[in-house]
Each structure stands twice: as C-alpha cells, then as structure tokens.
Ligand binder design. Structure first.
Ligand code: XMP
Ligand code: MG
Length: 178
C-alpha cells in the first residue's frame, strides 16, 4: 500500500505535533464554554480521534455525514445530508472538525446549516487546506497545514474509499489512477 504513494506530504509526527498545538489553542479559546466537536464523516475520523485526545480536558463529539464528492476526485457541488447530528445545538458552541477544505463549498454549506439551528457559535477546524479555499467566503479559524492543489490521501482521506488508514498524508502514484 505504501508503494501506491508517490510522495509523503505530511508525516505522522508532523500531524500529531500540529494537532497538539491546535488542541491547546482550541482549549484556551473555548474555556468555560459549552463546546461540541462536530466531525464530518468519514474523512474527519482520524483528525477527530487525535484532536480530541490532545485536548487538555474533555469535550463531547457528534457527527454529520454529507455527500459532496463521489468516488472520484472532483467536487460535484451537490450537498446532501446523509446523517444528521444527534444533538440539539441550540445555544452551544460548535466546532466543525474536518480533514480538508478544498473549494470550501461543503464547509460553507455545513456552517450556514448549523448556524441556522441557533448555535451560540460555529467555527471550523481543518487539518488541511488547499489554495482554492482562499477564493470562497468561508472563515476557517483553525488550519493545520496549507497544501498544494494536488489530490491527497491518508489519515482519513480516501481514493474510492481506500487509503484512509495510512498514517501519513501523501499523493498517489499515477499507476493507481489508471
Ligand atoms: P470542498 O471542495 O467542498 O471539498 O471544500 C471538501 C471535501 O472534498 C473532499 N476532498 C478530498 N478528499 N483528497 C481526498 O481524499 C483530496 O485531495 C480532497 N480534496 C477534497 C473531502 O471529502 C472534503 O471533505
Ligand atoms: Mg470530508
């Protein structure tokens, strides 16, 4: 499986160091507030697991599943809720936990959807951000790494549901696509 990677962009150690740093900032920013971590399935599972364990204290999590990508590598622009939150977020401080912001279409849709439920606040934490994200009006409060505009897999990110279990983030070798 490692042979399917062309290049490692971010190592396991770099990911963990960054999530520790973000967790410290988040904990300080939300001190005394009713914080709810909202993960976006499935890509954010690894980020959620490591980010929440890096928090100096405890916070609950909830999950949403959205469809915006098919099994390929291009955004369809279509956003649909496949699984909604279990929790009522009225008056709560929601932090959306994501793997990657690319066009930002998915996140801006999720953010306004959650804001419309009268949350006290809705912010975003993403491990990765691509350059395209700069073009849209989506305010991302916590960003792990800015990466080049290449399709990446690993650490929750998939290609046709594969490679989510890789501990690093990297690009796929061309032979995988053909
Ligand atoms: P948008 O364009 O709406 O897309 O910001 C966000 C979602 O698109 C997926 N995505 C990727 N998935 N490698 C992946 O495995 C990538 O390089 C990539 N770029 C975008 C991802 O599901 C993300 O939540
Ligand atoms: Mg995702």
């Amino acid at each position: 499986m490692g042979a399917d990677l062309e290049r490692v962009l971010i190592t396991e150690e770099e990911i963990h160091a960054k999530l520790d740093e973000l967790a410290g900032k988040i904990w300080a920013d939300y001190e005394g507030k009713d914080l709810l971590l909202v993960g976006v399935l499935k890509g954010a599972v690894m980020v959620m697991a490591d980010l929440m364990r890096a928090l100096p204290g405890t916070a609950p999590m909830d999950w949403m599943a959205i469809s915006s990508y098919g099994s390929g590598t291009k955004s369809s622009g279509v956003v649909r809720i496949l699984k909604d939150l279990d929790a009522d977020i009225t008056a709560r401080h929601v932090l959306i936990v994501e793997d990657i912001v690319d066009s930002g279409l998915t996140l801006s849709w999720i953010k306004s959807n959650l804001e419309s439920r009268n949350a006290a606040s809705v912010e975003i934490c993403t491990l990765l951000r691509k350059p395209e994200a700069a073009k849209v009006e989506v305010d991302v409060k916590y960003v792990g790494f800015d990466i080049p505009n290449e399709f990446v897999v690993g650490y929750g990110l998939d290609y046709a549901e594969k490679y989510r279990n890789l501990r690093v983030v990297g690009t796929l070798a061309p032979h995988v696509y053909s």
